[in-house]
Design a protein around this ligand. Structure first.
Ligand code: AMP
Ligand code: ZN
Length: 457
C-alpha cells in the first residue's frame, strides 16, 4: 500500500518512501522543559506518535530521535528576550538544571499516560554543546555567519533558498516580521547561532566557545542533533505549525549552509489545538493533562477525531463526548478474550490501513472502526482480533486486557487518587484501608511500576 503524506516543503501530498530500505529516520522537535507541557503541545506529540505507529504498521523500522530543549529557547521565540529556563530559574530561585530535569520527567510521564511511544534516542541541548559548536564553525567557514555585540548570527541573505519552507521570501518576512529591536542584524530574518552571556547576567547554563562564553541559539540544537544522528539523511522531520516560519525554516537554512541540501525529505507539521484564546505556557492559560481530570486516553481519542492538519477547537463537552465513545468501546471488550489464533477481518484491516496511509486520516480510521464494531456479519471474537490490530496505531487500550483497568476505574477515580496519594505520603494504614474498600467492591488494586491500577477481582 502506498503511504501518502503531506510535505510542508512543496505544500503537497507526496508518496513516501524512505531513503534506506526498511528503516525510517524520524526527528521530532521535543519540549522546552521550563514548565509542564500543555494539551496543545501534547496534541502535536500524539500526531507524531500516529505517524510513527503508521510507519510501523506499514512494516518499517523507525529510528526516532527527539531533542529536549533545556537551554537556548528565548521568551520571544526569536533572538530577543530571556532564555525560558534561565527565566524560570530566576523567578523561582531554583537551579536551572533541576527545573529542566523536573519538567523532562513530567513530560515523559505525560506521554506515557497518552500511550505515546518514547523516542528511540533522546538528546539534551545542554549535553550536545560540542556538536552545536562544531556545526557553527562549519557555517562560519562556509561564510554564512557574522558577529554582533550579542552573538554570532546566521546571514540569511547569503542563502538564496532561504524562505522555501514557509514560502516567504526574506523580503516578505521583512514586511511581516515581529518587531525585534536589534539594529545590528543585517536582515530581520537573520538569527542567532550563539549568544554571548551578558556580563550582568549570572547564567548557570553557559559554555566557552571559539567566539566567547555563552549559549547556543534554539535552532542550532536540532540541526546539530539530526545531522549527527542521521549522517545518511533524514526521512521525516516534524513539529507543530508554529515551527514552519522560524524554527524549521532556520534549521533547513543551517542544514543547507552546512552543505547538506535535501537532508530532510519530508517536513510535517501538526495544526494547533485552540481554545477561545491562544493557549501558551508563557500566556499562563495552559491546560495540562492532569488539569483535565479525566482518563488521559479520552484526550488521545479526542485528538484522533480531528485530522492533524485541521485546527482542533478544545472544549470540555467535546472531551466528555470523546470519553463516552471510548468508554463504550472499552465496555464492549468487558469479559472478552483476545484469541490470537482468530484472524482479524481483512476487509476492515485494509480500509483502516488505507485511511491511515492517506496522510494519517485518523477520523476516517475511527469511522471504519465503529462501522466494523456494528457489522453484524462478523463474530465478536473476530472483531476483538481486528480491534487489537487497529490499536497498534490508535493506542487507545482496545484489547480486553488493556481495557479492563479503565473499566474498573470508572466511577472510582477519586478513591484511587486518595489511595495513590496515601502511598506517596507513606500513609500505609490509610492505603490499606482503601485497598480493603476496593476489595469489598470486588475490585483489586495492582501496584505496577507505571502506577496503581484497578482490576475487577
Ligand atoms: P515547546 O515545548 O514550546 O517547544 O513546544 C512543543 C511542541 O508543541 C512544538 O512542536 C510546538 O509546535 C507544539 N505546540 C505549541 N503550542 C501548540 C498548540 N496550541 N497546539 C498544538 N501544538 C502546539
Ligand atoms: Zn527543533
Amino acid at each position: 500500500m502506498t503511504l501518502k503524506l503531506y510535505n510542508t516543503l512543496g505544500r503537497k501530498l507526496e508518496t513516501f518512501t524512505p531513503r534506506h530500505s526498511d528503516e525510517v529516520g524520524l526527528y521530532t522537535c521535543g519540549p522546552t522543559v521550563y514548565n509542564t507541557a500543555h494539551i496543545g503541545n501534547l496534541r502535536t506529540y500524539i500526531f507524531e506518535d500516529i505517524l510513527r505507529r503508521t510507519l510501523q504498521l506499514d512494516g518499517y523500522r523507525v529510528k526516532h530521535v527527539m531533542n529536549i530543549t533545556d537551554v537556548g529557547h528565548l521568551t520571544g521565540d526569536g533572538d530577543m528576550g530571556e532564555d525560558k529556563i534561565a527565566k524560570a530559574s530566576r523567578e523561582t530561585k531554583r537551579d536551572a538544571y533541576a527545573i529542566a530535569r523536573e519538567f523532562e520527567v513530567a513530560f515523559f510521564s505525560d506521554i506515557q499516560k497518552l500511550n505515546i511511544l518514547p523516542p528511540t534516542i533522546t538528546l539534551r541541548a545542554t549535553e550536545t554543546i560540542a556538536l552545536q559548536i562544531e556545526l557553527i564553525e562549519k557555517l562560519e567557514s562556509n561564510g554564512f555567519t557574522y558577529r554582533t555585540s550579542d552573538g554570532i548570527y546566521f546571514d540569511t541573505a547569503k542563502l538564496p533558498t532561504y524562505g522555501q519552507l514557509s514560502g516567504q521570501s526574506s523580503a516578505d518576512k521583512k514586511a511581516g516580521a515581529r518587531v525585534e529591536v536589534n539594529d545590528e542584524k543585517h536582515t530581520p530574518t537573520d538569527f542567532a547561532l550563539w549568544k554571548f552571556s551578558k556580563p550582568e547576567d549570572q547564567r548557570q547554563m553557559e559554555w566557552p566557545s571559539p567566539w566567547g562564553v555563552g549559549f547556543p541559539g534554539w535552532h542550532i540544537e536540532c540541526s546539530a542533533m539530526s545531522l549527527s544522528e542521521f549522517p545518511n539523511g533524514l526521512d521525516i522531520h516534524c513539529g507543530g505549525i508554529d515551527h514552519i516560519a522560524v524554527h524549521h525554516e532556520n534549521e533547513l537554512a543551517q542544514n543547507e549552509a552546512a552543505g547538506r541540501k535535501d537532508f530532510v525529505k519530508f517536513w510535517m507539521h501538526g495544526e494547533f489545538l485552540v481554545t477561545d484564546k491562544r493557549m501558551g505556557k508563557s500566556e499562563g492559560n495552559a491546560v495540562t493533562l492532569s488539569d483535565l481530570g479525566v482518563d488521559p486516553l479520552f484526550y488521545r481519542y479526542l485528538c484522533l477525531l480531528t485530522h492533524y492538519r485541521k485546527q482542533l477547537s478544545y472544549s470540555q463537552d467535546s472531551l466528555q463526548a470523546a470519553g463516552n465513545a471510548l468508554m463504550n468501546l472499552w465496555m464492549k471488550l468487558d469479559g472478552e478474550k483476545l484469541d490470537r489464533s482468530i484472524k482479524p477481518i481483512s476487509k476492515y484491516i485494509e480500509s483502516f490501513t488505507s485511511a491511515l496511509n492517506n496522510d494519517l486520516n485518523t477520523p476516517e480510521a475511527l469511522g471504519i472502526m465503529h462501522e466494523m464494531m456494528s457489522d453484524k456479519e462478523y463474530e465478536r471474537s473476530e472483531k476483538v482480533s481486528t480491534l487489537a490490530v487497529f490499536d497498534t496505531v490508535l493506542a487507545l487500550d482496545l484489547t480486553p486486557e488493556a481495557a479492563a483497568p479503565h473499566i474498573a476505574t470508572t466511577g472510582h477515580e477519586a478513591l484511587l487518587l486518595e489511595y495513590i496519594t496515601a502511598r506517596k505520603e507513606h500513609r500505609f494504614d490509610d492505603s490499606d484501608k482503601i485497598r480493603q474498600q476496593f476489595s469489598d467492591l470486588g475490585i483489586l488494586v495492582e501496584d505496577t511500576p507505571s502506577g496503581s491500577r484497578l482490576r475487577k477481582a
